[in-house]
Design a protein around this ligand. Structure first.
Ligand code: GUN
Length: 283
């Protein structure tokens, strides 16, 4: 068996194309969607992500800007900037790139963002809304994964889903979305005693561990849907996921590649959330 590939790049292109008309309509009504991305420090991976986020907006006619602070900046400076952006009618989405330097209180910063502009969906109120099954903003990466299930015609109802990773950014919201969609969900992580026991019986495996080629073919069940959220850089400079793609290709029923899988979908759903925020404001 060779797995069917769920092409995130193609789906992302298709969706971004469809967003252009919504952006045009909003712009004509005086509500051009605007996203501000705040970056603290010079982490090279974060710099690339932020650049791609801003360029993704500009490519479909949205307004976007990045604000970069030195890693030593006082937290209050960032909080003051967020307050200013909260009050700015031209800005519909505010994103603070994570991780923040150690001297920051991450929760305090995320909580400072207006719930109406929290396009990452990381504010406690928005996390609560998602867990109650009435999301206002769905965190971009798991939102992208849900769109990929849709694209691959993966019916989640009653399925055994295993999420590897329990981060606030991916693992936890992913588990919530799968529960809301009717799956039976197990969340595994670094302390899980027998990971293979869980992954072997799963219809769906979502890997968000941050370890290159961690999920091997003998860890999954024949025909499983394998979603790879990882983006790791190998010593030779090449990108690879958390799934050993070549090893799983003959075992999985459906699989996502890296690059060209979940990655392009994450930014696409950020654009979707920002457009949605502008549409809510436009009424
Ligand atoms: N760092 C890694 N992924 C993300 C994300 O989706 N949003 C933010 N704000 N920071 C991140």
């Amino acid at each position: 068996m060779t797995a069917q590939i769920i092409d995130g790049k193609a789906l992302a292109d298709e969706l971004r194309q469809s967003f252009k008309a919504r952006v045009e309509t909003l712009t004509a009504k005086g509500h051009k969607p605007g996203l501000v991305v705040i970056l603290v420090g010079e982490d090279p991976a974060s710099q690339v992500y932020v650049k791609n986020k801003v360029n993704g907006c500009l490519a479909i006619g949205m307004h976007s800007e990045k604000i970069v602070y030195d890693r030593e900046v006082d937290q209050q400076v960032v909080l003051d900037k967020i307050a200013e952006l909260n009050a700015d009618p031209a800005i519909h989405g505010i994103l603070v790139q994570l991780p923040l330097p150690k001297h920051f209180d991450e929760e305090k910063v995320l909580e400072a963002i207006s719930v109406e502009k929290d396009v990452d969906g990381f504010h406690a109120e928005n996390v609560g809304a998602l867990s109650q099954g009435a999301p206002r903003f769905i965190p971009c990466t798991p939102y992208g994964v849900m769109k990929m299930f849709e694209k691959g015609n993966v019916d989640l109802t009653g399925k055994e889903a295993v999420v590897i990773g329990r981060s606030n950014i991916v693992g936890k919201p992913m588990a919530m979305l799968l529960i809301n969609a009717g799956a039976t969900v197990t969340v595994c992580h670094s302390k899980t005693k027998d990971l293979n026991f869980h992954t072997k019986r799963a219809d769906i495996v979502v890997a968000a561990v941050g370890k290159p080629k961690f999920v091997k073919g003998d860890m999954i069940r024949l025909g499983a849907v394998v979603i790879d959220v990882g983006i790791n850089r190998l010593p030779d400079g090449k990108l690879c996921g958390d799934v050993d793609y070549a090893d799983c290709l003959e075992v999985a029923g459906q699989i996502t590649p890296v690059p060209g899988g979940v990655g392009p979908m994450t930014i696409t759903m950020l654009l979707a959330n920002t457009i949605e925020a502008a549409e809510r404001k436009a009424g």
